[in-house]
Design a binder for this molecule. Structure first.
Ligand SMILES: *[C@@H]1O[C@H](CO)[C@@H](O)[C@H](O)[C@H]1NC(C)=O
Ligand SMILES: *[C@@H]1O[C@H](CO)[C@@H](O)[C@H](O)[C@H]1NC(C)=O
Length: 252
């Protein structure tokens, strides 16, 4: 009887449309501070089969913030630029129950804020490969055919690498603002991008050096992909068990 009840309640729970929080941002919170929605905020809800949420961690400030929206693709995104600035963003979805995103968020926040990314050191290691502080005027870069080309004064060298296909997606001159390295790893698309203003900085050797810096600092694995979160499985097991626990508790 109890088992039947549990199965029934579980299937209701899974098939149920969720009332997801939407159109709301909260934070910044300091690392170590638990996530909480201030009273009266995030009231807007939207019916969806799964809720989504984004967390952004700033390792140059030791703060994080959260965004609730109903249209985000699950992915990890790392963005590093001069400043130094180092952000790690995580988009995820869950369909277990209303506000399951929040339960998962706290687990993921605990795990991410224990990571000891040193923004100063990491940018300091990258800068010699991507930044020429005295640069004036045009520079030389490589194109897709690995030919040396002249880029405009307003441009930098650019490389976009596909970690799944393990090949360069584009290598060219591109409008340049600041030296940046970014890594995106999503469900069906991944990219590792470098935008730099040193002569010939979008070659394979420089890219290998940058990838090594990411690996040595625990930002990505050897393939330039996100490092799987150990607590992810734990969080989903917890979420699956949660209805059982509450049923058992209310049964007795
Ligand atoms: C999002 O929320 C703001 C207020 O916080 C509101 O002005 C805006 O209309 C909302 N947007 C949508 C698409 O609901
Ligand atoms: C840096 O920029 C200066 C001025 O444009 C140039 O002379 C020099 O060759 C550049 N160095 C590198 C490594 O790109």
């Amino acid at each position: 009887m109890l088992v039947l009840l549990i199965i029934l309640l579980l299937s209701i729970d899974v098939a149920h449309t969720l009332q997801c929080i939407t159109n709301c941002s909260i934070g910044n919170f300091r690392f170590g501070e638990p996530i909480s929605i201030p009273d009266g905020q995030c009231q807007q809800r939207k019916s969806k089969s799964d809720c989504t949420m984004s967390l952004q961690f700033r390792y140059d400030q030791y703060t994080y913030n959260a965004q609730f929206d109903t249209i985000v693709l699950p992915a990890d995104f790392i963005y590093i630029t001069s400043g130094p600035y180092l952000s790690y963003s995580i988009n995820y979805e869950c369909s277990k129950q209303t506000d399951c995103v929040l339960t998962y968020a706290q687990n993921r926040i605990n795990e991410m804020t224990r990571r000891t990314y040193d923004a100063n050191r990491i940018y300091g290691e990258l800068a010699p490969f991507i930044h020429n502080s005295t640069r004036k005027g045009p520079i030389q870069c490589y194109n897709m055919r690995n030919e040396i080309i002249e880029c405009l004064a307003s441009e930098g060298c650019f490389l976009d690498y596909d970690q799944r296909a393990k090949k360069v997606r584009s290598r060219e001159c591109k409008t340049y603002g600041t030296p940046t390295v970014s890594m995106y790893d999503g469900k069906s698309y991944s990219s590792f991008d470098v935008s730099c203003n040193r002569n010939l900085c979008n070659d394979d050797e420089t890219f290998e050096q940058i990838k090594t810096i990411f690996v040595n600092n625990g930002l990505t694995d050897d393939n330039g992909r996100r490092i799987a979160a150990g607590t992810k499985e734990m969080a989903s097991i917890f979420l699956i068990l949660l209805p059982f626990i509450s049923i058992i508790v209310s049964y007795f």
